[in-house]
Design a protein around this ligand. Sequence first.
Ligand code: SER
Length: 890
Amino acid sequence: MESAEIARRFLRFFEERGHKVVPSASLIAEDPTLLLVPAGMVPFKPYFLGQRKPPAARLASVQKCVRTPDIEEVGKTTRHATFFQMLGNFSFGDYFKEQAIPFAWELLTRSESDGGFAFPEEKLWVTVYLDDDEAIDIWHNKVGVPMERIQRRGLEDNYWHMGVPGPGGPCSEIYYDRGPEYGRDGGPVADEDRYLEVWNNVFMQYQLSAVRSKVDFDVAGELPAKNIDTGMGLERMATILQGVDNLYEIDTTYKILDSAAELTKTRYGRDPRADVSLRVIADHVRTGTMLVADGVMPGNEGRGYVLRRILRRSIRNLRLLGSGDERYMHELTEVTINAMGETYPELKVDAPQIHAVIDAEEASFLGTLRTGTAIFDVAVEETKRKSGTTLSGDQAFKLHDTYGFPIDLTLEMASEQGLKVDEEGFRRLMKEQREMAKADAAAKKTGNADISVFGQLLENAGKVEFLGYDQTSAESSVVGILVDGASVPVAGAGATVEIVLGRTPFYAEGGGQLADHGLLRTSGAEVDVLDVQSPIKGLVVHRGRVRVGEIRVGDEVQAEVDVERRKAISRSHSATHLVHRGFKNALGETAAQAGSENSPGRFRFDFTAAGAVPPSVLRDVEDEVNAVLINDLKVNAFYTSQAEARAMGALAMFGEKYGDEVRVVEIGDYSRELCGGTHVHSSGQLGLVKVLGEQSVGAGVRRVEALVGIDAFRFLARESLLVAQVTEQLKVRREELPERIEGIVTRLRTAEKDLEKLRSAQVLQIAGELAAQAHDLHGVSVVTHRAPDGTGPDDLRKLALDVRGRFPGDRPAVVVLAGVPSDRPVVVAAVNEAGRERGLKAGRLVGVAAKALGGGGGGKDDVAQGGGTRPEAIDEALRMVAETIAGQLA
Ligand code: SER
């Protein structure tokens, strides 16, 4: 049974039993205590806690999940995966154990023709929490499971919570017996490889306050109602129902694994080490693709770091399979998009952007690896020169810290060179660095508050209201102050602070728009706002410095945005929308936004395109956009439903597909885009948009930079002045400039070539003189000569050959010339056939000379060239050559 069919059956079964089916939420958790969604119930946490009313008392979903705590185990075992999908049915104060248990049993054991999964009853085992006699009663007396297949287990196995404060409760799990070939008899308590957990029924009835570990937590009390949260792993079910060994072999994953094997010319199932890599790649490329599709961008913190780590581990494992500098991520991502696209059609729609992000990360990591490899080679050479056998911890640390070289890569490459690595030293330096970073963050005083502090602030203060669409100044109150990441009641002059207001006109950096700057004024203090961020959804943090006085929690405050900066940023943001539309009009719908930055007077816009955008297209887009300015279209922002916005053709970044209500910004009828940013009132306010040019920022992604308003005007004015100066100097009219400059350049090139020819002729002229000056040494004609400074290596070589050719064929001859073309000496030797028969070798003679010159070189017996670093030693070098010849002939 295909994965997609398993999901369909599950949802249909529960829909028929009164459940409302809801789509998967984004992998980006809304919950401030979590980075990513690790379980199907996460989006419903507020319903369990009674904080929000669910859309229905019974829900069912297939939720995308990512779990990374066991990332190192992925691939080494076949049980771990970072991405999976959880099928779940949920009851909020509706049915409880007595119905949830039979539901699960019925769906698992029902025949396939009746919409079930047709598990033979005798193959199913169940576990319950230690003292949950109620559940045992239901399993045994209502469902009919014999007592010998019901087992009691403790907190570790049969109690479920989120790992953070929230709902929790005892659970009851259903296991499938894969048979004696997979392990020992005795049920799940004896062997969890043989008995696979397929379904977890959590009886959510408690609220946990502190959670220290899986088994160590405080129960604050009962939840407002008794709830059901169940989770059935889709990949686990597919493993069983598709009769394969593990989750890497099911329909959705094996395609990725196969394609990785094919690309790297390996075969799955041959070499255990290669198999680990193939599994890591299959798992990680899938996780990476799903994360990018939900709008996560690779970065060095939080979710961005999780994604970066996952993508880099994939690339790293491709290299372990011998991919070298080949780039395979694009193809693997494509296979993933096709494999997952049936369930998640948006993957196909957003494919160009997903590729752009992953390709760019691959390019950057391969670049990192290349630079690092060069540094690694130097370290190896150094170690070997000193006859060492171990790369120092220092070297490994530098590779890691400066070049982003993972330690396992260093270990492996060192072992290829027969070297060990001082891992202990490396780890010690890592630890020191971590401690320093901590101390540093504490000293830096900004931006270092850990996310839980923000979560607490949000809980205390509630969602911050943003007033900035209509106002640039407002009265508000201080609801929180952070200094060094910790909440404080008051901060004095000079302190670097993070301030949370109840409501604010300040725009927090987001959606490519830079943060507002400005001032907070209370009756006793003034705070310069230099940055505004939203570290978690719903919270706005103003970062800055107390200029004078003391600011306190509870103070009334006047918040004043720097209006000029805001206006200039808004102009850039509106211009970005126009340019986005312009490129789509010019290049087609695949030219999709991949990023942007709107700063005062200037913006950059990244978009997907197959290759460089021709200058003519840039000009056309610029033209079209400026025409929109002149037409002075009204800018209008409004809220509507996700579906409505899509139907209107509003452009959206990927990841922007969740949430019922969205904000749309339209500029006349020309552009319509989902956007939370601030904008001008009409397009005429932009004045002028000047596109500066475009460049590549990774495979498939182009970047244009542009100026807006007075900055665009000033740029053009400067260019105009420059042209005026050049025309003045060349004494031509403007339109004649290109032709005139081309003429000058052509003439210059011709003159340079003529000069070159002349010099060569001059050099060759002296060939005859040199041949005539040859002296005889034991019957061999010998010429050693220092050419005039400035004679190039090619001319030197030509001259040597010419001189050599002037001796009759049966006359042994050797010619050695040296010179200094620019600052380093060069030596050329040429020996004719008769000379070689006398045992003279050009390569050897050059070797002698080059050594004297402080360098090296060599070559064939007939002609050779070398050089050095000491021009002052030329005469000495020629003398030594002469001596060598004499010695050899004697
Ligand atoms: N929340 C439980 C789990 O993740 C059941 O859905 O296993």
